[in-house]
Unconditional design. Structure first.
Length: 302
């Protein structure tokens, strides 16, 4: 009798194991890798999906964003610990796999300017604290969201930050709006208008002899090649001399030295020069506004 009971129990256990194996084999097999899994913000993570037998998948990146792409890349702009979850379905059967991503704060003060042509990562200089903190404050308040690059001059600059540009119809004059205040100039001898410089727009000297900056409007220098003769002329006209290191840098990357000591430079592009060049090459109207709107969203990286 005991022998029969043992055989029945063994058969039941074997059946249960086979049934469980069948359930597992009928469901999806969820596997993925993330590269890298740690780094400083902004951190671009690429996900390689090795999932099998799935009808559909869904990614949750742990920061409020999702994707249904097979092998997405995701950019983490804020430091923190994130749990990525990949969910896969086969019919009604759901399987999940998780991976932790560690994002550390950046070493510099950074912001990202998102546009329809890609994003530009900019460093904000500690040497110009009033402009740095003002830009960060406006960005965190969402002030720049959906504003336009309303003035684009190839070989010179792209300019934006006018609150009147949000939803502005074609042909509307732009460039006079602001947050209701200006900032005192913060001229620093070593911060000049090299290619990629981030600087504050302002009203002209006739009505603004102190060269105070707009509270919100800024421009990014695309610039042109620079020669020794150009730098000599700027020095003679403005009464200062460039250090040899700055002369060398101007000759290497170009810029707009004619603006030096007249407009506050408070940052620089560190990634996304190709985005700057794409925007600078767009067709524009008689007021230098791009014929197709170029919106922006500014994200603080921290």
């Amino acid at each position: 009798m005991d022998h029969l009971f043992f055989k029945a129990k063994t058969s039941l256990s074997t059946w249960a194991a086979l049934a469980l194996l069948t359930l597992v084999s009928c469901g999806p097999v969820v596997e993925f890798t993330a590269t890298p899994t740690t780094g400083r913000a902004p951190l671009e993570v690429v996900f390689d999906n090795h999932t099998r037998k799935a009808d559909r998948i869904e990614w949750d990146f742990g920061d409020g964003h999702q994707s249904d792409l097979a092998e997405p890349a995701h950019r983490y702009r804020l430091s923190g610990t994130y749990t990525v979850e990949l969910r896969a379905w086969k019919g009604k059967r759901l399987r999940t796999r998780r991976q932790t991503i560690e994002v550390h704060p950046p070493e510099q003060c950074l912001a990202e300017i998102e546009t329809p042509y890609g994003s530009m990562l900019v460093e904000l200089f500690d040497a110009t604290p009033l402009h740095r903190d003002n830009f960060l404050l406006l960005a965190e308040q969402g002030f720049y969201d959906s504003l336009l690059f309303h003035r684009v001059i190839r070989g010179f600059v792209i300019q934006g930050g006018d609150p009147d540009s949000k939803g502005a119809p074609a042909g509307k004059p732009l460039g006079m709006g602001g947050p209701g205040y200006t900032l005192p100039a913060e001229f620093v001898d070593t911060l000049v208008h090299l290619r990629g410089a981030l600087a504050a727009a302002r009203l002209p000297d006739e009505v603004n002899p102190e060269k105070r900056s707009s509270g919100s409007q800024f421009y990014i220098v695309q610039g042109r090649p620079v020669t020794q003769e150009m730098l000599d002329r700027v020095e003679a006209m403005k009464g200062f001399r460039y250090p040899s290191a700055l002369r060398k840098k101007y000759l290497e990357v170009g810029g707009t030295p004619q603006l030096d000591r007249d407009y506050t430079v408070f940052g620089r592009v560190v990634e996304g020069f190709e985005v700057l060049d794409r925007i600078a090459s767009l067709p524009v109207d008689a007021r230098h506004r791009p014929r197709e709107d170029v919106w922006m969203v500014v994200h603080v990286i921290k």
